[in-house]
Design a protein around this ligand. Sequence first.
Ligand SMILES: NC(=O)c1ccc[n+]([C@@H]2O[C@H](COP(=O)([O-])OP(=O)(O)OC[C@H]3O[C@@H](n4cnc5c(N)ncnc54)[C@H](O)[C@@H]3O)[C@@H](O)[C@H]2O)c1
Length: 377
Amino acid sequence: MNVGIIGAGTMGSGIAQVAATAGCSVVLYDNSAEARQHGQEKLGALLTRLVDKGRISPGEKQRIRDNITYAGSLKELSHTELVIEAIVENPEVKKAVFSELEPHLGHDAIIASNTSSLPIAALAAACRNPERFIGIHFFNPAPLMKLVEVIPAIQTNPEITKKALWLMQEWEKHPVEAKDTPGFIVNRVARPFYGEALRIYDEGIADIPTIDWAMKTLGGFRMGPFELMDFIGNDVNYTVTETVFHAFFGDERYRPSFTQKRMTEAGFLGRKSGRGYYHYGENAPNAEPVQDPVLGQQILDRIVIMLINEAYDALHFRIASREDIETAMTLGVNYPKGLLAWGEEIGYGECVRRLDALFDEYHEGRYRCSPLLRKLA
Ligand SMILES: NC(=O)c1ccc[n+]([C@@H]2O[C@H](COP(=O)([O-])OP(=O)(O)OC[C@H]3O[C@@H](n4cnc5c(N)ncnc54)[C@H](O)[C@@H]3O)[C@@H](O)[C@H]2O)c1
């Protein structure tokens, strides 16, 4: 299959590698010669590392490299059957690229966007034939992360959705189908992991290392919320939170935290800037957690119940199927178990009791219980 990728940055290069590994012939377009050069060098170095580790053979490396050609003009994508766009997260720039691209493509070609936060319907509307447009959302790093969210817009032809789901399986990904709503599945359901941790910290209930300790040691999460925010970058994580909050018309459930905003404003972005919630580097002055099992359990219970509530609300609003919500959170963000199953394990009645207790304490819509959870209880 002939595939076009637009954008040779982090995601575009990763997606190109996935497609090339699956045997597709890939044309990778970027309007910056420097980005093309950098992308090519980075991919070369990455494939060499894979050969050194014995994950792929030198022949496989050559085959993947040969399957990707770099282009400096959109015209060079004219023979492709699927184009995946992964450029800057700016709707106007993306729309301009789609309008320029479409006349070069054949009638049957599919156009997809890897956007994390923009409505697919709005991007599709920039095309003359919006029926061929779909969201195909990979996770970073694309070659390693199995999950792909496939998001049809209201304009998308159902045949295109079927084809995209099938194709992602062919590329050895695990596709899930999500409704075109803010954050799709993962970036919506995961919000309380960060938001409620920040809230616990802001209220002085526990310090940062203690919250991370509780989530990892008692909850089985691979990283604590603050470690993860430092890893993602506070600027990136804050922007996603703010985007989701505004896209939900200011629903207080997604309200961002001043703590994270100030961290971003101060340039304490996390690992990449050497300082975030933690200090990085040798002899970094980081505090030890207070390993109090009672406090730890309270922290874990509060964050997990908010995650469970979000997952049930996503199911209530048919954002995705039960199975796809579970898959998305275990494969996309490596949660120790599916949130819907976790809720069942705790018991619906107990879930409702915990959420109502938070609501009674705060009287904020943030703590409202999902109607589905209440109905199940
Ligand atoms: N980074 C992530 O973790 C992640 C995860 C999932 C989805 N996404 C989404 O993927 C997209 C790309 O993100 P990224 O992190 O790879 O960005 P990036 O900054 O690493 O790469 C973007 C590339 O697009 C190129 N570009 C910009 N404008 C262009 C134009 N008009 N025409 C052609 N090329 C252009 C740039 O030169 C750059 O090489 C965004 O929509 C983002 O929301 C990112």
